[in-house]
Ligand binder design. Structure first.
Ligand SMILES: NC(=O)c1ccc[n+]([C@@H]2O[C@H](COP(=O)([O-])OP(=O)(O)OC[C@H]3O[C@@H](n4cnc5c(N)ncnc54)[C@H](OP(=O)(O)O)[C@@H]3O)[C@@H](O)[C@H]2O)c1
Length: 256
């Protein structure tokens, strides 16, 4: 079944002296990473190889040039970037055309609409919205009383403090209203909204449960009319989302 699946993975992650995750897109590190991924994935080619975050210490032309070499060697099929700024995307694209950019995008994080999406459209690059369900919040299964296991990343996300959650539930109410009219779930409406934005976008909802995977796939069959979309936009624009999407240190690594 290898030909029926698209395998995407990322490079550009290393450790700093203190053992914390840090950007590392030095060419030698990228070459090392691809060998590790091919081995662990037990495949001979990666369909889409993304840089996880822009590494300010390595010129993007060197990164794109390294991926170009990997493509020439047949180890990688397509080049991608994640949470990159538009100027860096243009520079990289001039060396090795980019196939897809992955960035957070959902009803509670719409910053890509400002610069990123128009740039991708102009350059003909596909878009992969990550955390399309707002890390689970937009599904309506989380409220201010929900607790997460200690290793859960959401424990350090300002948008997930109990106070922020309580306030942000207003957005879930909007999704619930549309969902009940469409005989759908809030998760499906959140995904259908994304699918209605750009035909060249592929949201990647994450789940550990097969039933939810099926539920999420059901979003493809939901058609939101221009009236539905206007209603969602109008209602969402009246809600101010509380809390940052990332702790400050991690937000600083985006948009470079
Ligand atoms: N490029 C990047 O920097 C970056 C950053 C973050 C994430 N990502 C990628 O984006 C993808 C998904 O993002 P994400 O996991 O952060 O957020 P997400 O897809 O917005 O939400 C996932 C969460 O929602 C829950 N969920 C999924 N479907 C549900 C449903 N139908 N009903 C109720 N709960 C549901 C999941 O829990 P259960 O498992 O319990 O269902 C999980 O906790 C992953 O592939 C991830 O690797 C990329």
């Amino acid at each position: 079944m290898r030909a029926q699946v698209v395998i995407a993975t990322k490079f550009g992650v290393g450790r700093d002296a203190g053992g914390q995750q840090a950007q590392d897109s030095r060419p030698e590190r990228i070459k090392q990473s691809v060998e590790g991924s091919l081995k662990r994935l037990r495949t001979d080619i990666i369909d889409l190889y993304y840089q996880h975050r822009v590494d300010p210490a390595v010129p993007i032309e060197d990164v794109a040039g390294t991926v170009k070499e990997l493509i020439a060697q047949g180890k990688v099929k397509h080049f991608g970037m994640s949470e990159a700024g538009v100027r860096t995307i243009r520079r990289a694209h001039a060396v090795q055309p980019i196939t897809a950019v992955q960035s957070e995008y959902s009803l509670w994080w719409r910053r890509p609409e400002e610069e990123l999406l128009p740039t991708l459209e102009e350059l003909g690059i596909g878009f992969v919205p990550f955390s399309p369900l707002g890390k689970g919040f937009l599904t309506g299964t989380i409220d201010e009383k929900t607790t997460f296991v200690s290793s859960d990343f959401r424990n350090i996300v300002p948008r997930f403090t109990p106070e922020a959650r309580k306030s942000n539930l207003a957005l879930v109410d909007v999704l619930r209203t549309i969902a009940s009219r469409k005989q759908a779930t809030p998760a499906q409406i959140a995904l259908a909204w994304l699918l209605a934005q750009q035909p060249w976008s592929v949201p990647i909802p994450g789940t550990t449960k097969v039933a939810r995977l099926d539920e999420n796939l059901g979003a493809v069959a939901i058609r939101l009319t221009p009236d539905d979309l206007r209603e969602i936009d109008r209602a969402a624009s009246r809600i101010t989302i509380q809390g940052a999407r990332y702790p400050e240190q991690l937000e600083k690594r985006t948009g470079l």
